[in-house]
Ligand binder design. Sequence first.
Ligand SMILES: [Zn+2]
Ligand SMILES: [Zn+2]
Length: 344
Amino acid sequence: MNPQPFFFYILTPSFHHSFVSHLFLFFYLCFVEEFKVHILGCGSANPLSKHQPASQVLQMRGKLFMVDCGEGTQMRLARQGLQINRIGHIFITHAHGDHCFGLPGLISTMGLLGRVARLHIYGPAELQGFIQTVTDIFCQQMTHEVEFHAVDTTRHSMVYSDRSVEVWTLPLNHRVACCGYLFKEKEGARHINRPMIDCYEIPVCEIGNIKAGADWTLPDGTVIPNERLTTPPSPTRSWAYVSDTRVRDELAPLLRGVGLLFHEATFLNRDLFRAKQTYHSTAAEAGRIARMAGVAQLCIGHYSARLKTPGLEAQLLGEAQEEFPNTLLAQEGICIDVPVCPKD
Ligand SMILES: [Zn+2]
Ligand SMILES: [Zn+2]
């Protein structure tokens, strides 16, 4: 079917009552509701056979937002079926290689794929020279531009906003300038009350207007108010990414209401001295912050090369769960549907 007849077809009554129209509505509703996090890499600086360096992707309402881009990230994207050029914004926590060495390859591949949309990269000012060098050397023939936005890692401030999400920095305490990121979903459209839509035989092409708040007028002039055709929007969700940092109790109030908190947990309790020395956190400290903040779920990672011994990741999980039971271990390839945080 070529595009023009299909366009006219979707305006016809036969389409509105067809199985295809129901399928169309189903996918539309799934698409706008998604808010999930893909773990691409959860290792740290030294190469590990089991883990990739840090990178995660938030998938929401058809968009992909990347946080950190360790070496090999583009391979993980391909393996996890995520389209590289759907990424418009990349947020880097700090200028350590395990969080940004994947950028040259990724930027270059975006160009090879014929990208034209501008790519926005956010991170501490120290990264500017690195990004500039990469684009000067490798991107001269490319059709897309790369724009770097320096963020103030010492303040909790909003660095990005669109109609569906806000992104805020979370000041961290690491050996170099470093911040985490907090993604807050904005309230979406109202939900369609399907039985009422069917009852009044409202065509699929009007669903967008109804979701946006429009009333519906029957052929006899009776106006059906929007409140009867829709139900209130879903509660909003949020995801926080905290890596790398010495634990900071000051983060707890900023993380209140978060559905999914990723917090680094590089060390076991017995290595607390080393955690302090290298400005990292223990699993128990990550659990404590999750408990103090009252988040819905905690995910821990940033595994060190010392954890090659079998069973050590399970120990990390155990120590975090003593503080916060609803904790899971990050693993490459998993995708987490971000839960709604119950109101306290
Ligand atoms: Zn790191
Ligand atoms: Zn680091």
